[in-house]
Ligand binder design. Structure first.
Ligand code: ZN
Length: 104
C-alpha cells in the first residue's frame, strides 16, 4: 500500500510527463518527502524545477481564509464567503450548485 506522499506523486506524475517543462505546481510538494519524490521523478524525465516561490502569510490571515472557505459540492471550486452576500444562499457561479463550508 502506498503512503500519502507516494500516492500524491503517483497522481501528479502523469500530468508532469505530458507537460514536461511547462507546468506550475500550486501547493505541492507539501512535505520534504514529496519534494524528494518529485526530484526523483523529474530526474527520470530529465526535467528540473526552475523556480520555487515561498509566500509567507501570517497565522491570523491563514485562519481567516480557512474559516471563510466555502466549496462547491458539485465542481469542487473553492471560494471565500466574503465574496458573497451574507444574507443570500451561496451558489457556485460556475455550476449553480450549493456552496458549503469545508470541513477540516
Ligand atoms: Zn460548482
Amino acid at each position: 500500500m502506498l503512503g500519502r506522499d507516494e500516492w500524491a506523486i503517483n497522481i501528479l506524475m502523469p500530468y508532469i510527463q505530458v507537460e514536461k517543462n511547462n507546468y506550475i505546481l500550486d501547493g505541492f510538494p507539501r512535505t520534504l518527502k514529496q519534494a524528494r519524490l518529485l526530484d526523483l521523478e523529474n530526474n527520470k524525465l530529465k526535467c528540473k524545477i526552475d523556480l520555487a516561490i515561498k509566500i509567507e502569510v501570517s497565522k491570523e490571515t491563514l485562519m481567516d481564509r480557512v474559516s471563510k472557505r466555502i466549496v462547491c459540492k458539485s465542481c469542487g471550486i473553492a471560494y471565500n464567503a466574503d465574496d458573497f452576500d451574507e444574507n443570500c444562499e451561496k451558489i457556485c457561479p460556475e455550476c449553480d450548485s450549493l456552496l458549503i463550508k469545508e470541513k477540516r
